[in-house]
Design a protein around this ligand. Structure first.
Ligand SMILES: [Ca+2]
Ligand SMILES: [Ca+2]
Length: 265
């Protein structure tokens, strides 16, 4: 069997599958009849491709001839995190004098591990009217509002880092909201890469609108984020889709003045 000596780090690719190759070679000096190849984590190994062996070796039988190699190629679903599987081959043999070697005596196992890389960005957005900060903030219409967006890298491996991070915001009220990078409150930005542990902060400003909807509905949408991934020097690809703020509908609720007046009066 073929060793994958070090853990392979793999992104989920277009077909969402990981391909395993199980290679069984007869490096003894007798042919083995019906060797059994198994891998508990794989549903079915399919039919092996037989290669090698001496001249005249039959590549379409159930005999693993001396020097012959059987190769199984099996697809399995990709998953995030560390995954180890162990393949086993076992065979029995009886010599001309009737001595029998059992499958326990002719067996070999080998494991392979991959780590499914899961690139993730996170954005958190809060609203501030200068006195209070939070989600679903209630404030007077016309009040100057600041939004703060905090962007972090929530991938499952330190090797995943993002460049070209862009933060945009879509405001349902039709405002032009332009998040601007806030270096004073950010960490880990000098290298231009959003690493795990970095915190990049953006701010935008606007004005609270008159609240016109059922209480509890926000008037604003969460920040939107996009980034490119550095694949440990293997090149770049764009994170598909966008991560949106945890708080999809944070405040920016402008209440009618007279209603607030009753409360204060
Ligand atoms: Ca054969
Ligand atoms: Ca950094």
């Amino acid at each position: 069997m073929h060793d994958a000596d070090s853990t392979l780090k793999l992104f989920k690719d277009a077909d969402g599958k990981v391909t395993y190759q199980i290679v069984v070679t007869n490096d003894g000096n007798v042919d083995l009849l019906n060797p059994v190849v198994t891998d508990p984590t794989l549903a079915a190994l399919g039919v092996a491709v037989q290669t090698g062996g001496a001249m005249g070796t039959d590549h379409h039988d159930n005999i693993l001839e001396v020097g012959e190699t059987w190769t199984y190629t099996v697809d399995a679903a990709w998953a995030a995190g560390s995954h180890t599987n162990k393949a086993e081959v076992a065979a029995s043999y009886q010599d001309d004098a009737g001595h029998k070697w059992t499958t326990d005596q002719i067996t070999h196992t080998d494991s392979a591990t991959y780590f499914g890389l899961d690139p993730k960005l996170s954005i958190t957005k809060v609203t501030s009217d200068g006195h209070y900060t939070g989600d679903s903030l209630v404030t007077f219409a016309g009040t100057a509002i600041t939004w703060t967006y905090t962007v972090t890298n929530t991938s499952n491996d330190n090797g995943i880092k993002f460049s070209s991070v862009k933060v945009t915001d879509t405001n349902s009220a039709g405002d032009t909201v332009t998040p601007v990078f806030d270096a004073a409150h950010s960490t880990g930005y000098l290298d231009g890469m959003l690493d795990k542990g970095d915190s990049w902060v953006y701010v935008a400003t606007g004005t609270a609108h008159l609240y016109q909807h059922r209480y509890g509905d926000g008037h604003d949408r969460g920040g939107r984020l996009r980034g490119d991934i550095d694949r440990d020097g293997l090149g770049w690809f764009r994170l598909h889709g966008r991560e949106r703020g945890d708080d999809l509908y944070p405040g920016l609720l402008g209440l009618p003045h007279e209603r607030l007046g009753r409360h204060s009066g």
